[in-house]
Design a protein around this ligand. Structure first.
Ligand code: KE4
Length: 430
């Protein structure tokens, strides 16, 4: 595979941009190669600057559930574009997207749009602190909620991929108000939430973790979390930046039948353009400026192009049968993947899947939390990643991320991916 142009772009990029990338995990450091630079994408295909073609299972880290360059999304953006790109003033499009989001998430009475998942979660915990007058945030080891200071303790995603312990630059007196406990650990959860001396404002959780690789909640864990946060008057925040509109139209909360006090969204709701959102019941959301005293703002919040892309995306996702079709496809693909793992790497991998998000851990398993995920053989994952890339399959450049199936993945794409997985497994077999 020729990658000369990517190499020269990467060399130049490193002179201008830290690490040559605008988000660390894209640097492919943990999988032992340099990043390829993208020229264009359509459907499930990514074409790099050297005209190599790949079948994409990263889907821009989740947003591209309809595939790249979907004609309906492009048309919606073009239609908005002729009217301008940004006004810094309200538009009817924001109402349209807000109605769609609130209809899909009944636990939300009101929603505020921002420009990233980080902004959504950062604002949600500020609101929870302002609403409760308390200061401590509980998160879970291996969960990642974006790069706001309060979250960079035992975070997932790029933080564990790059082995960054927390992050320099985050003052101790910020971090001391964030307590990270093990995911799926009922006993620690119960003990922590019962400790009134902690003055806990909120608990924030990825209802299905995607940032330590995919780790589902243990049977009853979310129910227990809801029960305890209600009992102790603690705001429960579901970070559904990945799972919102991914696992169902109503996200993980609809799949598991839990009503959190607040929900954070991102990725899919922007249809590939920068959108984040946080919402909750009227009482909590009334505390946000200008209605209430808790401040949050954003120049490009509610950007018309992003709103148009989001509306067109959610319209497509609302079509009858969309999620059944996606589930059937993902389930069948995962079953075949499991057969290959059993045949070539028996007992050496664990496949965790919820809906159309999945991770093959190079780890005998089970993988149920951060500690067990970290037992994975990241060297082996790096080998697998490089073999798959060479054979035209674009996977996440980290063991601790999710692979995504989109509506655009055809039977041929999936058959090709399975064939390349088989040849890669054969090559990395010990
Ligand atoms: P952004 O600020 O990156 O839009 O969203 C932060 C965020 C919040 N919550 C969850 C559950 C998330 O997964 C994310 C971001 N996800 C990572 C990948 N898992 C984004 C990729 C990257 O950092 O480059």
């Amino acid at each position: 595979m020729h990658i000369d142009k990517s190499k020269s772009f990467f060399k130049r990029a490193q002179e201008l941009i830290p690490g040559g990338v605008n988000s660390p995990v894209r640097a492919c450091k943990s999988v032992g190669c340099d990043p390829l630079f993208v020229k264009k994408a359509f459907g499930t295909k990514i074409i790099d600057v050297d005209n190599n073609e790949f079948i994409d299972f990263v889907c821009s880290w989740g947003p591209m559930i309809l595939g790249h360059n979907h004609p309906k999304i492009v048309a919606a953006i073009e239609q908005a574009l002729v009217n301008g790109t940004s006004y810094g003033a309200p538009t009817p499009l924001e109402i349209e997207l807000a109605e769609m989001v609130i209809n899909a998430f009944p636990a939300m009475d009101k929603v505020r749009f921002v420009s990233s998942g980080t902004e959504a979660t950062m604002s949600a915990i500020r609101l929870a602190r302002g609403y409760t007058g308390k200061k401590v945030v509980i998160k879970f080891d291996g969960c990642y909620h974006g790069h706001a200071d309060s979250f960079l303790v035992q975070a997932g995603s790029g933080v564990i991929t790059l082995g960054i312990p927390g992050s320099p630059g985050v003052p101790d007196d910020i971090v001391k108000n964030t307590i990270s406990i093990p995911y799926n650990d009922f006993e620690t959860l119960e003990k922590t939430l019962a400790d009134d001396s902690l003055e806990i404002a909120c608990v924030i959780i990825e209802a299905v973790a995607g940032n330590m690789g995919v780790v589902p909640p243990a049977e009853g864990f979310l129910q227990k979390l809801r029960e305890l946060t209600t009992q102790h008057n603690i705001v429960l925040i579901f970070d559904e930046v990945i799972t919102g509109f991914r696992l169902a139209l109503g996200g993980a909360q609809s799949r598991f039948g839990i009503a959190p006090d607040m929900t954070c969204l991102g990725k899919i709701i922007g249809g590939g353009l920068p959108v984040g959102a946080y919402g909750g019941n009227k009482e909590i959301m009334s505390q946000i400026a200008p209605e209430g005293p808790v401040y949050q703002a954003g120049t490009l919040s509610g950007n018309p192009l992003a709103m148009a892309a989001g509306v067109a995306t959610l319209q497509a996702l609302s079509e009858p049968g969309f999620y059944d079709r996606l589930e059937t496809k993902a389930e069948a693909f995962a079953a075949e993947l499991q057969k290959l793992a059993d045949k070539y790497l028996p007992g050496e991998t664990t496949l965790n899947r919820v809906g159309s998000m999945m991770t093959t851990f190079f780890n005998g398993g089970p993988v149920v939390d951060f500690k067990s995920a970290m037992k994975s053989d990241t060297e082996r994952y790096g080998q697998f990643f490089r073999e798959m890339l060479q054979s035209g399959i674009w996977l996440a450049p980290s063991q601790f991320e999710a692979a995504f199936i989109s509506d655009a993945h055809s039977p041929e794409d999936l058959a090709q991916a399975l064939e390349m997985t088989e040849s890669s497994f054969k090559k990395i077999k010990k």
